[in-house]
Design a protein around this ligand. Structure first.
Ligand SMILES: Cc1cc2nc3c(=O)[nH]c(=O)nc-3n(C[C@H](O)[C@H](O)[C@H](O)COP(=O)(O)O)c2cc1C
Length: 164
């Protein structure tokens, strides 16, 4: 478990806050991708990537460059989990799609991806982050369902722990 790192990008602090909650529950280290921690990718067997969504379905700003580091990293044999922050009220058709942008890259990288989440209880209309009927990782909506965040994070961490 100690060999787990979280890499997050956050513009107003919401994703950072969720990253810290996950880090605490897992006893993992958390790195802000704005600090370009690319060299850290090789040091951990288990990687958790978190982003909020900006524009319409875009990655968080700092992720726009860090995604290239992930793309060129050797992730073979590693286990990867994803989480994404979004607003299902104002952005019902692009909810947490930043997470989908990371998924598109890591799914080609020879790593095992864990932590898909059932869409039940979410209020979005459509999202590229839903693949085969599930979110590709943990979806968090601080604007509309912030009261569920703590429980969602705890349940998700419990569900991925066994893979780490
Ligand atoms: C200009 C703007 C564009 C946004 N675009 C989206 C979007 O396309 N999809 C979505 O789910 N959320 C969108 N959001 C909501 C943010 O992702 C959400 O507020 C998130 O919690 C911000 O997290 P952060 O503080 O970690 O960056 C947008 C918010 C703003 C202000």
């Amino acid at each position: 478990m100690s060999n787990t790192a979280i890499f997050y990008g956050s513009s107003t602090g919401n994703t950072e806050s969720v990253a810290q909650q996950i880090a605490e529950l897992l006893g993992a280290e958390a790195f802000d991708v704005a600090d370009s921690p690319a060299d850290k990718l090789a040091e951990f067997d288990n990687l958790i990537f978190g982003t909020s969504t900006w524009g319409i379905g875009d990655l968080q700003d700092d992720w726009e460059s860090f995604i290239d580091e992930v793309e060129s990293a050797d992730l073979n044999g590693k286990t990867v989990a994803l989480f994404g922050l979004g607003d299902s009220g104002s952005y019902a058709d692009s909810f947490v799609e930043g997470m989908a942008k990371i998924y598109e890259v890591v799914k080609e990288k020879g790593c095992k991806i864990v932590g898909a989440v059932d869409t039940d209880g979410y209020e979005h209309e459509s999202s590229e982050a839903v693949v085969d009927g599930k979110f590709v990782g943990l979806a968090i909506d601080e604007e509309n369902q912030g009261d569920l965040t703590e429980e969602r994070v705890a349940n998700w961490v419990e569900s991925i722990k066994g893979n780490f």
